[in-house]
Structure formats: C-alpha cells, structure tokens
Design a protein around this ligand. Sequence first.
Ligand code: SF4
Ligand code: SF4
Length: 184
Amino acid sequence: MGLLTNRAKVLEQKPLTFMESLYLPAILKGMAITFSHMFKKKPTISYPEEQRPFSPVFRGLHVLNRDEYGRENCTACGLCAVACPAEAITMEAAERKESEKHLYREEKYAAKYEINMLRCIFCGLCEEACPKDAIYMSETFAPSNFTRKGFIYSKDELLIPNPVDEKEKYEIAKGKREVQLKNK
Ligand code: SF4
Ligand code: SF4
C-alpha cells in the first residue's frame, strides 16, 4: 500500500516482560492516578442546589424596566427594534391617557411588546440602544419550552415586578447585575 506522507511509523510488537505480564504495576499506576484525583478541586458542582456566579457581562433574559414609582419606562420609540440585528423585537405604541399617568412614565407607551427568543442572539444591542433605561438583560436564562410559541415573550412576561407593590419580587428580578454595572 502506498503511503501519502513519510510520517507513518511501523510499530513493533515486543513480547511482554515478566513484570508486564503480571499487569500489577500498570494496575497500581492507574489506581495511583485515580487516588491523586481525590485531593484535587472538583470541577463539577451540584446544580441546581449550587450555582456558579455569573460573569458581570453575562447577557440573559430581557427585562422591561419600571421606575421607582412602578411606572413603565418604555416609550415605544422603537430604537431597540431598529438596533436588533435579528429582528426579534416587535411593538405597538399607544398614547397615554390622563388617567394612566401612574402606569406609564412617558406620554407614549408600548401597548404590545414582544421578543422572539428563538431569533434573539443575546447581543445586547437593544439594551445599548434604549435611551430610557427601559430594557436590560438580566442574569436569568430563557427557560426551555416545548413549543415555538412559548419562546415569544410578551410584555407581561418581560415586565419587571412592580417595585411598589411587589418589592421582594422586584429585587430578585433586578438581580445583582444592575448594581455591578453601576459600580463599574
Ligand atoms: S439581544 Fe440582540 S438579538 Fe436579542 S433582542 Fe436584543 S438586539 Fe435583538
Ligand atoms: S425599550 Fe427603550 S428603545 Fe425599546 S421601545 Fe422602549 S424606550 Fe424605546
């Protein structure tokens, strides 16, 4: 058979020595390697009881933000949708009524806001484009789902809990990331 390169090596099959034929040294050597791993730091963790800390630049599930009075920050300007390279964001704008001033911070708000997580590449451009601090990416993963429709997140699913009525849930949803970014 012709060889394509000269890197091939012909292996000689030498007969085993007496010690090698006992297999004992090889077994002991293998056990010593196994034993030495018992004192090394474990690379695995007991998830979900134990969780690794997120990187400060981790970009997880999107959150639609509210101000300290619980009003929605989003003014439906559409800049996030324009900045999105995956065309994952859709929205419908509406005019705020006089009676809705406690619900929406600006005169316009997003009556409908959707993100298609199957399209999203978690690039963070929507967060950067937003002039109203209305959208940011949290430390949460997008949970798995069985249907494609389940990955289209509506405004209700994206909105952060109200800091006035649901203070505890709001703090959990906000996570540590916002604090870390502010301290940079
Ligand atoms: S993270 Fe990137 S891809 Fe995902 S919605 Fe925002 S801009 Fe679009
Ligand atoms: S999230 Fe920000 S950029 Fe997107 S529509 Fe709302 S205010 Fe505009």
